[in-house]
Each structure stands twice: as C-alpha cells, then as structure tokens.
Write a protein that binds this ligand. Structure first.
Ligand SMILES: *Cc1c(COP(=O)(O)O)cnc(C)c1O
Length: 229
C-alpha cells in the first residue's frame, strides 16, 4: 500500500522532471510522517523511505528513540519553539522552519554546545497568510545577512508552505517568487549560505513546485493517507 503510493509519487516526480529536462534524482522527497504511528514509518522504510519529516518536537524525539536506523534522516518541518531546540538539535539533519532571528540564535547556541553544524532553511511566508509562520519576503535577504554570521549554522536554502488551493496552478507565482528570492540571495555570495535547497511543494502542488525549481518536496497525505488529528 505505502510501497504503491511511493511508486506513484516517484513516477510523478520522474514525469514532471522529464517535462522540464531535470534529473529526477535531484529532487529530494521528504516523507511527512507526522501523526502516523511507528508501524507506518517502518513500512515506509521497507519501501525505501529514508527521510522522515515531523512537525512536533515530542513526536520526533519519540520516533527517533524508537526507530534508530543508521541511514534515516529526520527533518523538522514545523514551527519550532526556542526552548525545545535543545531536544532535537543533535537528532535532525535539517530544520526547515527557521522563522525568527531569535530562533536562529538559539539553534546556533545549542549547536555550538554540541560541537555540531546545524543545517537550516529559512521559512518564508510568501503568500503572507496570517495563519502561517515565516519571514515576509521583503525581509528575507536582510535576515539571511544577519543569520549567516551566527556560529555553527549553515543556511542551506529556503522553505515555504503554499496556501491550500483547489487548483495547484494558483500557487505557481508563490513558487516562482521563492525561487527568485533564492537567486537574489545566492548572488550575495555570503559565507555559510548555499541556497542549494528549495523546500516547496506538498501533496496537492508538488508538480508545479518542481516545475518552478523545488529541489525538496514534502509529501504526507499522498504517501500515508489522510491524517486524523
Ligand atoms: C503536513 C505538512 C506537509 C505535508 O502535507 P501533505 O499535504 O499531507 O502532503 C508538508 N509540509 C509541512 C510543513 C507540513 O506541516
């Protein structure tokens, strides 16, 4: 069942990449396993999944402890409170959701304590939705210029959550805007900033996101089914 879903998604990624002459292997799939029990993640692992995305610190830590595999990566994709950074700093491979300078400072401090480099994405609220976290687009370059000076941090790129829309085409301008922002930041040639990662696109709009330059997509529902909260 999960194997079938994964095959379908991989096929759709390949088809989309073919259309735009891009290597499908350059797209990283984050399997969004939030709210799903460990048995589902284990099934996913057997199907070939290696990157799991979680949005709650407690849940991520529990799954991390119970499902230890050398070759699994955990990604934090949800809003992160500063006082919880210490619990995940040495468990996650990428934090997608850096949405304030103070959060970046805390991540830097905790990474330094553990003598590791924290890999982060800057979350941008491109659509300016009040309900969503993230920097406003016009503030992002300035923020990156401050955050990149913090120790033990590497800014790998940008992330956005596009609105829920009926027609994914409606989100195309949002993905275009995030891509352009990453180009503008790259031109600044800042230390510890790469912009290699553009995390955008979910179950409903990942094809459009890939067409507009996503290098990382975050998919839950299409792989694991609906979530019951
Ligand atoms: C839940 C979640 C997703 C996955 O959404 P689906 O529509 O289920 O694919 C992706 N990104 C973030 C930040 C999420 O919280």
């Amino acid at each position: 069942m999960i194997q079938d879903n994964l095959n379908t998604i991989n096929h759709q990624i390949a088809e989309t990449c073919l259309k735009i002459d891009k290597n499908p292997n350059s797209i990283v799939l984050v399997n969004v396993s939030k709210t799903k029990p460990l048995s589902i993640l284990e099934e996913g692992y057997k199907a070939g999944m290696r990157i799991f995305g979680e949005n709650k610190v407690q849940e991520l830590c529990d799954k991390y402890e119970q499902f230890k595999k050398e070759d699994i990566q955990w990604h934090m994709i949800g809003h992160l409170q500063r006082n919880k950074v210490k619990y995940i700093i040495d468990k996650v491979d990428l934090i997608h959701s850096v949405d304030s300078y103070r959060l970046a400072e805390t991540i830097s401090k905790e990474a330094k304590k553990k003598d590791i480099i924290a890999h982060i994405l800057i979350q941008v609220n491109v659509a300016q939705e009040e309900s969503k976290y993230g920097f406003e687009s016009q503030n992002v370059i300035g923020m990156v210029k401050s955050i990149h000076r913090l120790e033990n941090l590497k800014i790998e790129g940008l992330m956005t959550i596009a609105p829920f829309v009926d027609n994914p085409e409606e989100n195309r301008p949002i993905f275009k805007a995030l891509y352009q922002l990453s180009v503008d930041i790259k031109e600044q040639n800042l230390d510890n900033v790469s912009m290699d990662v553009l995390s955008m696109g979910m179950t409903n709009d990942f094809k459009v996101a890939i067409e507009e330059g996503a290098t990382m997509i975050r998919i839950g529902t299409a792989l694991f089914g609906d979530r019951n909260y």
